[in-house]
Design a protein around this ligand. Structure first.
Ligand code: SF4
Length: 698
């Protein structure tokens, strides 16, 4: 956004893209954003923004924004694909759309019971929206079938970190990267997916002398700057981490004092490392034994080690084990509970941490309070005046399966787009088609909204009051700069309207009151209120109104008491290349686009910079296939087929390919494997086997 007229007012708020949570100052003139700049006072970004935050906010004014409720036309089926998806709908008034939805939900509950419904909340929405969404599912629809896209990105972080440490979140703060003397980045393309943290890591290396180790199956930008680049094979993270820890123990570089005083289950864990010698680890991971020895020495001797990771660790059938191995490494070396150290899962979307904190998960209320704990249940029943279920609900991936088998009958979706983000899209689309009723709240007619029976137009981040919680647990104030287009409403208001029609009205006059209720029921948010957030926010846990928040977790004592070592062993991915599907596909994101692209594809600058999908392929494979840069490839897996232009690149090794999943016309998730981690239910987006041929139609 760079318009010539000066702004007449300025509003500080938070970038709506990634989990870094940079502060943005919106210059507004006559209900239009005319300027965007970074907020220097913001402790996370200190005035910096990446290309998405700086130039990617014009989606707010897209002519494609939804401005009135839409109802599916009676003669157009869910899978009909009219040239313009809007042709499947007619405009409706709020009253009609809400009543239609309330009647449909009530009818399904009457016939099949509450658990025939599922609710998807959104990591793009505010904490207040997420709180109201899960309250709507639990207190109004009477089901714990509520989840959101953390299931597809960091569900394994939550399960593993809760088991190891007692909190499913980053242990320290983003500023700790610049205090570390060693940083290990594993399975994270940080400069593209969390660019402002990527810059901090580069500064730590270039200006503060930190040593950087990068472990990744694909050569990412940070690997060019690393002291050591461990280019392990996809799906061998546990083997690599166990191999490193085997050496650390052999070299007696483990922190015996820390382990004895603060941890449990060390003996069984240490024994489990015996088989992971450098030679065995080299054979499994492809990383030379000599590099493993050198990396182990650097990690073992680090005084302050941060381990940062992203979805390269979490999106595997071994995702929970991978994260447990990261936790083991940090405890083994005593790098928890001090400045400049710690466990740094880089959360994906702007408010995925907050959506988890708010209990948009099937097994916990806000603040990770279990739904099957009788005392917790009684507390929420009293506060909400409703009888609640103590049965944990379905995860997102289980909801899709249940829709396919017919036990799930209806879905209420707030701002999520599973029709581009689910693994094995064709199966997911079939499942959605079988549902009796779908309602979607969104700012655009996304691929998912296009399947709905009713679509409600909602306000975007620039039109909302509320808060987002970033990857370092910092709750930051989101401020309204504009009015929503047409009749669009804030997400929590739409749900409140529906709750009232269903006979259980919520008493919130504004989002500040929602945060007050959150604080009253969620101990880790106990001291949070909108008036305390200012330009710096507060990091949870923040126990009461006098508490200043917590820059660090696990100081002196882990949240669960003792940190627990877990025994984890190398297991192969669910699907490996075969004679028929000889290439390994891994999926991810690129700098210019975000998630399913519903916002970034409507940004002029971002769309100009990255207008189309590319599949990265090693020049050796390209030569064998007779493919040159820019040729169109047809890529096929056991589940589907897509076409994409080729980019030849040595960033992927021979036999490996990479695709981003941002494009509706080249949906990488038509190819991905829906096999899930058995604990966290997260699909294995990072490993699928495919074949590629030059597309003769091109
Ligand atoms: Fe927005 Fe993330 Fe970029 Fe910051 S780094 S401007 S939060 S996309």
């Amino acid at each position: 956004i760079r318009e010539s007229l000066p702004a007449t007012r300025q509003v500080e708020t938070i970038c709506p893209y990634c989990g870094v949570g940079c502060g943005v100052r919106l210059g507004v003139r006559q209900e239009r954003i005319v300027r965007v700049e970074g907020v220097r006072e913001n402790p996370v970004s200190r005035g910096e923004l990446c290309v998405k935050g700086r130039f990617g906010l014009d989606f707010v004014h897209s002519p494609e924004r939804l401005a009135t409720p839409l109802v599916r036309k009676e003669n157009i089926g869910r899978l009909a694909k009219p040239p313009d998806p809007r042709q499947a709908f007619r405009e409706a008034g709020w009253e009609e759309a809400l009543e239609l939805t309330a009647n449909a939900l009530q009818g399904l509950i009457h016939e099949y019971g509450s658990d025939c419904l599922g609710v998807l909340s959104s990591a793009k929405c505010t904490n207040e929206d997420n709180y109201v969404t899960q309250k709507f599912a639990r207190a109004v629809l009477k089901t714990n079938n509520v989840d959101h896209c953390a299931r597809l990105c960091h569900a394994s972080t939550v399960t593993a970190a809760l088991a190891a440490f007692g909190d499913g979140a980053m242990s320290n703060s983003i500023s700790d990267f610049e205090k570390a003397d060693v940083i290990l980045v594993i399975g994270s393309n940080t400069t593209e997916c969390h660019p402002v943290i990527g810059r901090r890591i580069k500064r730590a290396v270039q200006e503060k002398g930190a040593k950087l180790l990068v472990a990744d199956p694909r050569a990412v930008e940070l690997s060019d700057q690393a002291e050591l680049f461990l280019n392990h094979l996809p799906g061998t993270d546990v083997a690599l981490l166990n191999g490193l820890m085997n050496r650390i123990v052999e070299l007696k570089l483990h922190n015996r004092r820390f382990i004895a005083r603060r941890c449990e289950n060390y003996e069984a864990f240490a024994e489990s490392l015996a088989g992971y010698t450098p030679e065995v680890t080299e054979a499994t991971t492809g990383v030379p034994a000599e590099k493993i020895q050198r990396a182990a020495r650097i990690l073992g001797k680090a005084k302050r080690l941060v381990v940062a990771y992203g979805m390269g660790i979490t999106q595997h059938v071994t995702g929970t084990d991978n994260v447990k191995a990261v936790a083991n490494l940090l405890m083994l070396t005593g790098n928890m509970g001090r400045l400049g150290c710690g466990f740094a899962p880089l959360r994906g979307q702007n408010n995925v941490q907050g959506a988890c904190d708010m209990g948009a998960l099937p097994n916990v209320y806000p603040g990770y309070q279990r739904v099957d704990n009788p005392e917790v249940k009684a507390k929420f029943e009293l506060a909400w005046g409703a009888i609640l279920s103590d049965r944990p609900g379905l995860t997102l991936t289980e909801m899709i399966k249940a829709a396919h088998t017919g036990s799930l009958k209806g879905l209420y979706i707030v701002g999520e787009n599973p029709m581009l983000s689910e693994a094995d899209l064709n199966h997911a689309q079939e499942a959605m088609a079988r549902l009796g009723f779908i309602a979607v709240q969104d700012i655009f007619l996304t691929e998912t909204a296009a399947l709905a029976d009713v679509v409600f137009p909602s306000a975007c981040f620039a039109e909302k009051e509320g808060s987002f919680t970033n990857t370092e647990r910092r709750i930051q104030k989101v401020n309204r700069a504009l009015n929503p287009p047409g009749q669009a409403r804030e997400d929590w208001r739409i749900l409140s309207d529906l709750a009232a029609l269903l006979g259980r009205p919520f008493a919130f006059a504004n989002s500040a009151e929602i945060m007050d209720e959150i604080a009253s029921l969620t101990p880790i948010y106990g001291g949070i209120s909108h008036d305390r957030l200012g330009l710096r926010g507060l990091q949870w846990p923040c126990w009461n109104r006098r508490h200043k928040g917590s820059a660090m977790l696990h100081k002196g004592r882990f949240t669960r008491g003792r940190g627990r070592f877990h025994v984890v062993h190398d297991r192969p991915p669910a699907e490996l290349p075969s004679a028929e599907y000889p290439l390994l596909l891994t999926t991810g994101r690129i700098l210019e686009h975000w998630h399913t692209g519903s916002m970034t594809h409507r940004s002029r600058v971002l769309e100009t910079l990255a207008p189309e999908s590319r599949i990265e392929i090693n020049p050796q494979d390209a030569a064998e296939l007779g493919v040159t840069e820019g040729d169109t490839l047809s890529i096929k897996s056991r589940r589907g087929q897509v076409r994409s232009k080729a980019r030849t690149s040595r960033r992927v090794r021979p036999g490996q390919t990479f695709m981003a999943f941002h494009w509706q016309d080249a949906p990488a998730n038509s190819l991905t494997n829906p096999s899930v981690d058995p604990v966290a239910n997260i699909p294995e987006y990072k490993v699928a086997s495919v074949k590629a041929v030059l597309d003769v139609l091109d």
